[in-house]
Structure formats: C-alpha cells, structure tokens
Design a protein around this ligand. Structure first.
Ligand code: GLU
Length: 330
C-alpha cells in the first residue's frame, strides 16, 4: 500500500511536477510556512564562534525558501537577511573550476572521496594520500581556489564573485566585517594551505589562495539568493531567472554527487539516510539542498549542532524532503 502510494506520488510528480497523490496541487507556500513554524522554537545548538563575528549574529534568525527549477520562489521567515555563505560556497567554486578544466581535473588534482573527518582536519590531509580528498572540505576547497587560472589574486576573486553572482542571477558582495574577522583568525586554513603545498597539492601561492578563499567564504547571500544558486543546479546549470548557462550541463551531476558524498560535514551519512538529497552546509548557518530537475530548498539559522550543521535549517529541509517524498532513492 505504502509502495503504491509512493509510486503514485512519483508518477504524478514526473507527469505534472505539481500534484500530490490525492490530486491536489502542491502548496509550496504552505510547505515553507509550516516548516518555519514547526522548527522556529527549537533552541538547540550554538552559533559558530571560531570566526569571532559569527558569534554575534542573531541566533533567532530563521528563513526557509523553495525555488523551483523554473525560478518560482516561496519563502517564509528571515529570507532577506544576508549571511556569509561560508562552506556553502565550495560546490560553486568546484563548478567554476570544472567549467574551466573539466571534471577529471577535480578527480586528479583534489579527489572526490569523503573524509569521515571534520571539515578542517589536518589529520585527514596526513592520512589520505590524495591529501585534499574532496572539494567540499577546507583542504579541497582551498585547492579549488588555487586551481582557477588567474593573473592575480584580484582576478582570482573576481572570477569567483562573478561566477557566484551568475549562479544567483544578481550581483553579490563580500560582507566586509566577516572577511576581516575571519582573516584575522584563519591560522588553521593557512596551515592547511602550506601543508597542501608541501605535498604538491596546492596550485597557487598559499597566502594569496587562503586570502581569496576567505573572501569567498565571506560573500553575503540571503535565503532567496542562495535558493536561486541552488535552483541553477536543479535546472541543469541554467539560471532560471536570467536564462544564462552558468555551468556546463554535463557537469551538474558531478557537482551534486560530491555534495551528496561530502556536503554535510561528518553527518553526511545520516543526512543521506534521512533526507536523501545532495546538499551543502556552512558554519554561517545556511544549507542548500538540490532536487535535480525540480527545485532547491534553502534554510538558514545560525545555531549549529556538534557537527557544524544548522539545527533548524537541517530540520526544515529534512521535513520538506519527507513531506514531498523527495529522497533521490525513492
Ligand atoms: N570559512 C570557513 C572556514 O574555512 C568555512 C567553514 C564552513 O562553513 O564549513 O573555516
């Protein structure tokens, strides 16, 4: 019976993209509002504080957004608040590198295996012969930044912010206080860059690369902008708002595969188990999940669990995934 119901939902989704099994249209606005209402009082977790300014962000902020692959957007809560993109930036830089050098360059020069260790692990670099391991941990993300072909650090960063703005369909900017706060305290990332260089796995000057990476992590997005970035992935690499092709259509599945395997810090297994969607989280409290050909789901709230994932954001996205039966494995 359950199987029949799931099959019916899947069929109706495929044929119409809009209907539930009982024939009703999906009310996306109600979905984001319900997810927001259901989890807004959850108080678990703490703001990240190893980047000092993130500790000062209002922990009560909470926004939920769905953007369909055609660009239609549904929002609830604090969706206009600009927060630092942090690690949610990493798959988008990976995408820019792939546009330039193709997917095999990522495999050869970084790797695509999960580490099973924290995102900024030094040990992971020592014990794995690939060193950087994948583009979504700090080592691999710093290596991605270093792979972009650039004439200068300014040019390298300009490529990143122009690329991210194309994903968002509007101009994005760095949140300067976040950049300054992180640049003053990012000793660990500097160590990671030097460590990679010593193994021949960094492809530009380490100090410049870490500085550009830090600026990349400090780019501000609100929920609506991040959801449009995700919807560009859901829409085969074409921004639904501008119609611009931002990512080669043959590379979208590789980006999503790495997100599924490594996008949720060391909780990626339980996330795949419960929500079944490629996603990327960041210590700023943002999470973007992508349902290929259908939609992106974004949530943002600053309090993080032990693994570094936003408590409310992960609950909201998991809830929506389950309500609509969106797991890729159904
Ligand atoms: N800029 C942060 C760092 O390098 C990003 C971490 C994250 O969001 O996971 O530590």
């Amino acid at each position: 019976m359950k199987l029949m119901r799931h099959l019916a939902i899947a069929l109706l989704f495929i044929t119409s993209g809009q209907l539930l099994a009982d024939g009703h249209e999906i009310d996306y606005q109600a979905l984001v509002e319900n997810a927001h209402a259901k989890f807004k009082d959850v108080q678990d977790g703490n703001n990240a504080d190893y980047i000092p300014i993130l500790a000062e962000v209002d922990p009560e902020l909470f926004g939920v957004v769905i953007t369909l692959a055609d660009g239609t957007t549904y929002m609830a809560g604090d969706t206009d608040h600009s927060f630092s993109i942090q690690s949610v930036s990493k798959p988008f830089t990976m995408a820019l590198v792939m546009n330039e050098q193709g997917p095999q360059a990522i495999v050869d020069k970084i790797g695509v295996e999960p580490t099973g260790m924290p995102f900024n692990s030094i040990v992971a670099i020592e014990v794995n012969e690939q060193r950087s391991r994948n583009p979504l941990v700090n080592a691999g993300a710093i290596a991605s930044v270093s792979m972009l072909q650039a004439d200068s650090p300014e040019d390298r960063f300009q490529q990143i912010i122009d690329g991210f703005s194309a994903f968002a369909g509007e101009p994005l900017a760095v949140i300067n206080e976040v950049y300054v706060s992180e640049a003053e305290t990012n000793y660990r990332n500097r160590a990671i860059a030097d460590q990679l260089l010593s193994y021949g796995r960094l492809y530009a000057d380490p100090s410049e690369t870490v500085d550009v990476y830090t600026r990349q992590c400090s780019i501000g997005v609100n929920g609506r902008q991040l959801a449009m970035m995700g919807a560009t992935l859901a829409n085969d690499g074409v921004n639904p708002k501008t119609g611009q092709r931002v990512l080669n259509e043959n590379y979208v599945d590789e980006v999503l595969a790495v997100m599924l395997m490594a996008g949720f810090y060391d909780e990626v297994g339980i996330w795949a188990f419960k929500a079944g969607l490629p996603a990327k989280t960041g210590v700023g409290g943002g999470i973007v999940a992508v349902v290929p050909d259908r939609m992106s789901i974004v949530a943002f709230s600053p309090r993080l669990n032990e693994a570094g994932n936003s408590v409310r954001a992960l609950m909201a996205i998991e809830h929506i995934s389950n309500e609509l039966g969106l797991s890729l494995f159904r």
